[in-house]
Design a protein around this ligand. Sequence first.
Ligand SMILES: O=C(O)CCC(=O)C(=O)O
Ligand SMILES: [Fe+2]
Length: 327
Amino acid sequence: MCQLESIGDLVLRIQARPVQVVDAGDDSCLEDFGEPVLFRGMQRGWPAGTSWSADFFAERYGDAPVPVRSYPPGSEYEFSVERDTLGNYLNYWRETDPDPDCAGRRLYLAEWNFTRDYPELSDFFQIPALFSDDWIDRLPEQVRFGRMWLFFGEPGCSTGLHTDTFSTSAWLAMIFGRKALRLLHPSRSGALARGDSLWDEKTLSRILPDGDTGLLLEVVLGPGETLYIPGDWYHEVRNLDRNLMLTANFAEERRLLSFLERFESRLTEPLTRLRELRNEHVRRWRERECRTSELDSAEFRDRQLVWTDEVTAGLTDYRRTLTGLGH
Ligand SMILES: O=C(O)CCC(=O)C(=O)O
Ligand SMILES: [Fe+2]
């Protein structure tokens, strides 16, 4: 791989902890898993596994407008985004060899919100039961957002270190090909700086000064495997070969309050429904109807108190202004 040293070399020197592998069954519940987990067998019976190929998409969806990341020569992480058609993208696959050394420009079809334009493609997979309780479904329709994407992966094109929006969790289902991921426990997020990479030894020696590599996880995700990433885990993704991945974000109840706080901060006006969801969760927590919640942590409760104080302070000013205006 370009820029950073090859993954194979580094695995020997930096001891990241392998992500736990679990055979999917219907007896587990998401709250049994407190960190990223790789599930095998979760895509059993999905028509996507046998029918989704480059030819399948080129023949049926060649005209589809898609977002394409363009990585300049030498750059594994920096890109600009262009619009093109899926057909042109797949022609690029057909006509060029993979370029893992980043000698030339590479193209990565990332974050195609495909079900919005082609809902029939939803018939090719099922949202795994473990991830199906998504509190975003309970938001009012006008603020609900698309959160399921296809990625046609290209070696030498990586997605830099990030957390997913609004503290949402994610599942990443590999249809064909492979990706490598490194993930960092949220307790070390504060140590990160711009430009850091979890494959960079300098970054690692700074963010894990005690050599506590239990906080750094690594996985190679292969065909038929599905990775669960809980919200607020920083992760970095490298494509090992040409691949296809289906991925979705969702808001799980045990992280609902973080989701609502982040989501609400992006809205231009308050939504009563968000307050209702929050109150519903607090009630369920007090009545022990949910197994775990961010409210179990006193530190989290203190931070929420500061935040609600700020919100109320904002309203107090507003109220004062209104009062000053008289009737
Ligand atoms: O596969 C990738 O390049 C990035 C996947 C990911 O982490 C995301 O979409 O948030
Ligand atoms: Fe992500």
